[in-house]
Design a protein around this ligand. Structure first.
Ligand SMILES: C[S@@+](CC[C@H](N)C(=O)[O-])C[C@H]1O[C@@H](n2cnc3c(N)ncnc32)[C@H](O)[C@@H]1O
Length: 516
């Protein structure tokens, strides 16, 4: 095992020594300019991977950027590759995810309140804390490299403070810190939230959602842990465009390792750090990167029982097009057509790109417009409708390292009003007897159950279907998907997937039938 925590054999692009420090070649590519200072006073060159992680944190904090959009181009631009890129990625994403935990620890080691520190210094401290407590970098290397980063980016004075604080952090092992945070928390939920590095309001909402969807509240710690673990990359082999066997063959030819998915027959899981972009089927959109939960809910809509015509399908909120591409592939196999609608023009272009491998004639149209108007514009015009509603994304926190710190409870009000209108429009757009799938990548009850219940209360032409049966009908043979206790009522028909239980995003699916 190497000191940066990766259990891999030596590679030519590995510039880290046994202490997680940069070797000459890589360090020489560092950002720091040699100063005119005397050699003894000269700043030590900083590690490009650590500097990259720091720059990502600053952009996320300073300009509200998304880490997963900032980091890959930054690594490419600075020609940071291989293990250095993996190190920078783990350092940036891990620090962002575990920020809440580290802030609570740092607050016990810094003499001032953290909000009185310069944000730049606080980010350096968080990066150092993650190396000391969250990565397998030896403490002395973590401290000295972070102090070098501090000296380079925020100056010699703060670097001394960083040195002292990180040494204090490193004097207690992670288990000890977590026990302290739990013991000193004012209540159990706050303790779980701090240790699990989630805002308290999100922790509380996730716990309520577990219970509301028939699971034990004690699962919350595992759920928070799963949100703090980078997901494996899952591919979808779009039916009729690329079978799983074609993808497997391409993988073997290009040294990519794929394993079958757990639940969806269309899913393949990428092993290790292989890059899916090298696969021809991914490059030409016959396959794509898609969470297995997203695949399951899409397959369930396409397979839900339906009487009568099954010719026109609608994706009401289609951007960037992952589910639209799977739906279109399935529609193509069944002689149906798809209309994909998206509000944002640039996202509608992404939908067109995602659909580029679908045979001509299957995609009737990519419509750019407000989904709330489709029901009135085209009443009873579709046989199957997907509403993959804009939501808080609380079910996909493991993919979006910073998003838990950006969301506020106020987002729920705005989003759930929009969700109600979109679902109403979908029910207007589907024909009597047709099926609507209401999907969110959030398990929050205010975005799932409460939205559906409220919409159904206001109309008498729709009813819940058995979404659990629809999902079970599309699973790979022999898969045993535990969907939690059904409460005997209508809510027990809904599907709520969970990262800790299923290894998927926390996708929600309610299936509705228009009755008249
Ligand atoms: C959860 S995402 C959909 C993800 C997509 N189904 C996929 O699998 O790639 C929700 C989408 O709804 C779009 N949206 C937001 N408000 C909308 C509206 N009023 N009408 C239609 N689309 C809307 C957002 O721009 C976003 O692209």
């Amino acid at each position: 095992m190497s000191a940066d925590g990766r259990e891999r054999g030596p590679r030519r692009d590995d510039h880290r020594d046994s202490k997680g420090r940069q070797r000459g070649g890589a360090r020489a590519r560092g950002e720091t300019q040699r100063s005119a200072q005397a050699p003894g006073e000269r700043r030590r060159r900083t590690d490009p991977a650590r500097t990259a992680a720091y720059d990502v944190l600053r952009q996320v904090d300073g300009s509200d950027a998304y880490a997963n959009l900032v980091l890959p181009p930054l690594l490419r631009e600075r020609r940071i590759a291989g293990r250095d890129a993996a190190f920078a990625t783990e350092l940036a994403y891990g620090t962002l995810r575990l920020r809440g935990r580290y802030d609570a620890i740092l607050a016990r080691c810094v003499s001032r309140p953290l909000d009185q520190l310069d944000p730049e210094v606080l980010d350096v401290l968080r990066l150092g804390a993650h190396q000391v407590l969250g990565m397998r970098v030896p403490a002395h290397a973590a401290v000295s490299e972070t102090v070098a980063l501090a000296r380079d980016r925020v100056g010699a004075g703060p670097a001394q403070m960083v040195n002292a604080v990180l040494r204090a952090v490193g004097r207690t092992p992670l288990d000890g810190w977590l026990a302290t945070l739990t013991d000193e928390a004012p209540d159990a939920v706050t303790g779980l939230a701090t240790v699990g590095s989630h805002p308290v309001w999100i922790t509380r909402a996730l716990r309520e959602a577990l219970v509301g969807h028939g699971r034990s509240p004690d699962e919350i710690a595992d759920l928070l842990d799963a949100d703090n673990t980078a997901p494996r990359v899952t591919l979808v082999a779009r039916p009729g465009l690329a079978g799983p066997d074609v993808l497997q063959q391409q993988a073997e030819d290009t040294d990519v390792r794929l394993e079958p998915g757990h639940w969806a027959p269309t899913a393949l899981v990428l092993a290790g750090g292989s890059d899916p972009a090298g696969l021809a089927a991914v490059a030409d959109a016959r396959a794509g990167v898609q969470d297995e939960g997203s695949q399951l809910v899409t397959l369930a809509l396409a397979g839900a029982p339906l009487d009568g015509a099954d010719a026109r399908w609608l994706d009401l909120c289609a951007g960037p097009g992952g589910k639209a591409a799977l739906l279109a592939a399935l529609a193509g196999e069944r002689g149906a057509s798809l209309v994909a609608n998206e509000l944002q023009p640039h996202r509608a272009r992404l939908v067109e790109r995602a659909l580029r491998a679908v045979p001509e004639g299957v995609v009737e149209r990519v419509r750019t417009g407000d989904g709330r108007e489709v029901g009135a514009d085209e009443p009873a015009a579709y046989d199957r409708v997907l509403v993959d509603a804009p939501c808080t994304g609380l079910g996909a926190l493991r993919r979006r390292p910073e998003s838990r710190w950006r969301r506020t409870p106020a987002d729920l009000g705005t989003l759930s009003a929009l969700q109600r209108e979109l679902l109403g429009s979908a029910l207007d757009a589907v024909r009597p007897g047709g099926v609507v799938a209401y999907v969110t990548c959030s398990p929050h009850l205010a975005e799932t159950r409460l939205v559906v219940d409220d919409v159904l209360r206001r109309r008498d032409d729709a009813e819940r279907m058995d979404a659990r049966a629809a999902v079970r009908a599309v699973l790979v043979p022999g898969a045993d998907l535990d969907l939690g206790a059904a409460d005997g009522g209508a809510h027990g028909l809904d599907v709520q997937l969970w990262p800790h239980a299923h290894g998927t995003d926390a996708m929600h699916l309610t299936l509705l039938r228009r009755t008249r």
